[in-house]
Structures are given as structure tokens and as C-alpha cells.
Design a protein around this ligand. Structure first.
Ligand code: ADE
Length: 350
């Protein structure tokens, strides 16, 4: 007992002197005992907070999609794209819009979206069946089946304002060839414009702006397009002045009609839509995507009739392969298309 008494004050002194340390120790000890619970609680709050934020963002995106679907608001469509962009990628650069970056953005962003909103393309032309098979097969056909794009063909003869179904007439001032009349084109395009808003009304013509990969990239971001294809000597200038927002040529030669040019534009644009191609990355390696022609490609066998696949491609050294491809692409571009190396509209040319 006395020992106990002796000891007791000491103990109490010690206790009063080291009160803080001891109670901290107790708290820490208790904390350590309860640590797993505490961690779980903190984690729980974190997870709940994350989930709540995710839900809020999803609800916001869903609401915007509904606005797009219900009201069809053009700007809401753009907002949805931007919100998606914020959600799925942080290095969106608007500086090279309409060339490689916006295309990369769409390929990276939209495949992750839980909603698919398909693009709409209306082709207005005198002979739709010229291009029907191009639009039913291959990548374009598959994209249509998957609901990535809706393509509607409109025969101008269905909009003729005379009982003979004529859609053309002789040119004022004389000269060879016929000119497509205003009436059927205005009737068809104005009907479409009354149904929805279009990003562009594009007229395919040999005297239009040269169609490039950069333009295809930009058009692949559009919600809806009208492609107007002419025949004969072309369409009445008043159609171009009043209805058309852009004029594209697919090359410096004259076709007998714009339908094939429209099919070319559709093919180049639709293959860029997320989900249209099976290999999600392959479009990024296309010629022109970074201002260079594509490097040569090989497949098995390694030796065919004495012709060998370059050893570097079989080396398994990915850095060496990348360097070789860049070098080959540069060589090809220098010898075949030196103009591309000084152009700025196709993205970066090193
Ligand atoms: N219509 C006739 N020739 C054409 C061309 N080169 N590009 C686009 N449309 C056309």
C-alpha cells in the first residue's frame, strides 16, 4: 500500500505533467484502433461525393441531349459537344480547329459518350441512283446501319414545277448546255430547311473551293448537311447566291454531274465519325491527317518473289518503326507533294 501511495503521487505527477502527450496517445491509440473504420468513412464520403458529381454531370449532359432531341436547338448540340469534351479530355485545343485537333477531339470524345446522335446528310440532285450503291456498302453503309449517319436522297425531278418533270432550261444570253432551274431546287431545299437547321448547304461544283482532309475533318463535326449536286451547265446563280453556304470541288477536272462528287465528300466525312471504322486509330494515320502523305505499308509474307519487307518493320522496335515511318512519309511528301510541306490548313507539317 505505502509503495502504492508513494507511487500514486508520482504517477499522478507524471500524469499531470504529461497530460497532453498521454491523452494524445490515447486518442491516437483509439484512432489506430478505429483507423480502418475512419478510412472507410472518409473513403465512403469521397466515393459518394464522386458518384454524386458524376450523376450531376450525367444529368446535365442528359438534359442537354434532351433539349437537342426535343427542341432540336442547334446551339445545345454544340454545348453537348463541349460538355463531353470537358468530361473526357482536358487537352482540347481549339487553336487548330477544323483540322487535325478537332477531328482528334471528336474521335476521342464522342466514342465515350453514352448517347449516339447521328449526323444527317441530305443529298439534293437530278439522278440519285448514280450514288445509291456507294452509300449502301462499305464503311458508309455500315455507319448508316449503326445509326451513326442518316442519308436521304432527294430527286430534283420530284420537285419539278411542270407536268413534263423538266428541271432545266436554256441559259440566258445563249450558249451550249442547260441550266438547272431555280424552282425545283428552292422547293426541295426550302422544305428541308423548314424541317431542321443545317450547318451547311454545300454545292458541288468544279469552280468551288478545293475539298481537303481538313474540310472533311471539320464537316465530320457537323450535325446536318445538305449537299446539292448539279448536272448539265450547273445551277442558276440565284440558287448559289440565296441558298448555298459553301461550294466545294473535288479536283481540277469536270464531271458530268455533282452526284459522284457528293459521294466522295460523304465517304471522306462519314468514315471519320466515331464508330464508323473498326480500328479507332487508323484514320489518324491517313495521308494528309498531319500534313504528310502516309508511309508505305506491308503485310505477310516477309519475302515475296525476292522482294523483302524492310527489316525495321520486323524488328519489334516501336521507336525505330515510328522514326522509319516518319522518314518515309517525309520523303514521299517531299518528292510527290512538296506543296503540303508549306501548307498550314492540314495541321502540322514538320
Ligand atoms: N461537278 C462537276 N465537276 C465537279 C468537280 N470537279 N467537283 C465537284 N463537283 C463537280
Amino acid at each position: 500500500m505505502p509503495e502504492k501511495r508513494k507511487y500514486a503521487p508520482k504517477a499522478s505527477a507524471a500524469s499531470s505533467n504529461s497530460h497532453i502527450g498521454q491523452s494524445t496517445g490515447v486518442v491516437i491509440a483509439k484512432g489506430i484502433e478505429n483507423l480502418p473504420g475512419l478510412v472507410r468513412a472518409v473513403e465512403g464520403v469521397g466515393i459518394w461525393f464522386d458518384a454524386a458529381l458524376d450523376k450531376l454531370l450525367e444529368l446535365f449532359v442528359a438534359a442537354l441531349y434532351l433539349v437537342v432531341l426535343e427542341i432540336g436547338t442547334h446551339s445545345a448540340w454544340k454545348i453537348v459537344r463541349i460538355v463531353d469534351a470537358c468530361k473526357y479530355t482536358s487537352n482540347f485545343s481549339a487553336s487548330r480547329q477544323c483540322s487535325r485537333s478537332s477531328f482528334v477531339l471528336r474521335r476521342r470524345v464522342l466514342p465515350s459518350s453514352s448517347f449516339v446522335i447521328s449526323m444527317r446528310i441530305d443529298v439534293v440532285c437530278p439522278i440519285p441512283h448514280v450514288i445509291t450503291s456507294c452509300l449502301e456498302t462499305g464503311i458508309v453503309g455500315r455507319a448508316r446501319e449503326r445509326g451513326l449517319v442518316q442519308i436521304a436522297l432527294h430527286n430534283l425531278h420530284d420537285y419539278a414545277d411542270n407536268r413534263f418533270g423538266h428541271i432545266d432550261d436554256e441559259p440566258y444570253g445563249g450558249g451550249a448546255g442547260m441550266v438547272i432551274r431555280c424552282e425545283p431546287v428552292f422547293a426541295c431545299i426550302e422544305r428541308l430547311l423548314a424541317e431542321r437547321r443545317y450547318d451547311e448547304v454545300i454545292y458541288l461544283t468544279a469552280d468551288g473551293e478545293q475539298f481537303t482532309q481538313a474540310i472533311a475533318n471539320k464537316l465530320s463535326l457537323a450535325e446536318s448537311l445538305i449537299l446539292l449536286a448539279g448536272r448539265y451547265k450547273g445551277v442558276d446563280q440565284r440558287i448559289r447566291d440565296a441558298l448555298v453556304t459553301r461550294e466545294l470541288s473535288i479536283g481540277d477536272y469536270v464531271l458530268s454531274g455533282g452526284e459522284l462528287a457528293a459521294a466522295v465528300v460523304i465517304d471522306a466525312v462519314v468514315r471519320l465519325l466515331p464508330g464508323a471504322m473498326s480500328d479507332a486509330e487508323s484514320a489518324l494515320d491517313d495521308s494528309f491527317q498531319d500534313g504528310l502523305l502516309a508511309a508505305p505499308v506491308y503485310t505477310r509474307p516477309a519475302v515475296f518473289r525476292g522482294m523483302e519487307v524492310p527489316a525495321v518493320l520486323r524488328s519489334g522496335d516501336h521507336d525505330a518503326v515510328r522514326r522509319w515511318r516518319l522518314e518515309q512519309a517525309l520523303q514521299r511528301t517531299r518528292s510527290r507533294r512538296p506543296d503540303l510541306l508549306s501548307r498550314t490548313d492540314t495541321g502540322k507539317a514538320p
